[in-house]
Ligand binder design. Structure first.
Ligand code: SF4
Length: 314
């Protein structure tokens, strides 16, 4: 007899409006311009999505110098790009389409405005993440100081900043870790200016809230998402912090711990903003082969956000 297993399914989970838009941009470009179209960097951080688009005719590159046919369009990924990338595209006379999520572009504009208004800027984010590279690349080198941890916030030196100070953040950070860092910044630099509305996006916020609500009651928690997906990795951390130590990322090629699942009574499932729902359903089917499951969806927010496509593709 199969053991009984309750599954709490987090909602919202999976694709956010920025990811839907970016994938749509690649598909619509393939329709409009034919194949191939070049895509700079993984359009979103998910292997399955990238593979499907590759099969339809997208060629993924890391730098514009890799483009062999300069007559073909190139799309910039949802994470955003440093200013020098569209500049290089113009120099090469490339036709480009920017799939940067509008919520990342908002942070770009914020940083430019702060710089123009004479602020020194601290960016809270993860070193080497493409979004951070893109945001830092909106301004001249050296104008943005990146910090990743509370410890780094504590060790910032007032004398390193000649101008008034402001902070901005990556959009996919842990809400709790970031608020701790901001608290430290505010105690050390009481006049520091922050965004009017925080930079962590609605999708990150909602997915983390849903996980936080479910994880304390779960024996195991699974987040579907790629290893390089910042928001997915954060969801695993959130689940662990909320009390489910057996929380893990289920990524391409990762084996499911079936024996452990069979011993569990309740498991939680969520997926990162770049993970297709089909992967969640496949995971549930796999579990169902071994357990008698009942599913309860825990909804913490309704999402109705839709972003417009670039004019070129309308
Ligand atoms: S996670 Fe947030 S910032 Fe990133 S693409 Fe989705 S909506 Fe945009």
């Amino acid at each position: 007899m199969k053991n009984k297993l309750k599954i709490f399914l987090a909602s919202p989970r999976g694709f956010c409006a920025g990811v839907e838009r970016a994938i749509d941009i690649v598909n619509k470009s393939l329709l409009k311009y034919g194949k191939p179209v070049y895509v700079r960097h993984e359009i979103v951080h998910n292997k399955q999505v990238v593979e499907e688009l590759r099969e339809r005719g997208a060629i993924f590159i890391e730098e514009l110098s890799e483009i062999q046919d300069l007559t073909r369009p190139v799309i910039f990924s949802a994470h955003g790009v440093p200013k020098k990338v569209p500049e290089e595209a113009k120099l090469k006379n490339l036709s480009y389409i920017d799939a940067t999520c509008p919520l990342v572009s908002k942070v770009h504009r914020e940083s430019e405005q702060l710089f123009k208004n004479g602020f020194d800027i601290v960016l809270i984010g993860h070193n080497n993440h493409p979004e951070v590279i893109g945001t830092m690349g909106q301004l001249p080198a050296g104008s943005v100081k990146l910090i990743e941890t509370a410890k780094e916030a504590t060790s910032l030196k007032a004398e390193d900043f000649k101008k008034p100070l402001a902070y901005i953040t990556q959009t996919t950070l842990s809400i709790d870790d970031t608020s701790e860092i901001i608290k430290i910044l505010k105690s050390r630099f009481p006049n520091i200016k922050g965004p009017i509305k925080e930079d962590i996006c609605y999708a990150t916020t909602n997915r983390q809230s849903a996980v936080k609500k479910i994880a304390p009651d779960c024996d195991m928690f699974f987040v579907i998402g790629s290893k390089n997906s910042s928001n997915s990795v954060r969801l695993v951390e959130v689940a662990k912090k909320a009390g489910c130590v057996n929380s893990e990322l289920i990524h391409f090629g990762k084996e499911l711990p079936i024996e452990q699942i069979k011993k569990s009574k309740i498991i939680g499932i969520s997926s990162g903003a770049s993970a297709p729902e089909q992967l969640v359903q496949t995971l549930i089917s796999e579990i169902e082969k071994n357990c008698e499951i009942s599913i309860e969806e825990i909804i913490v927010a309704e999402e109705k956000v839709v972003f417009k496509l670039p004019k070129k593709l309308n």
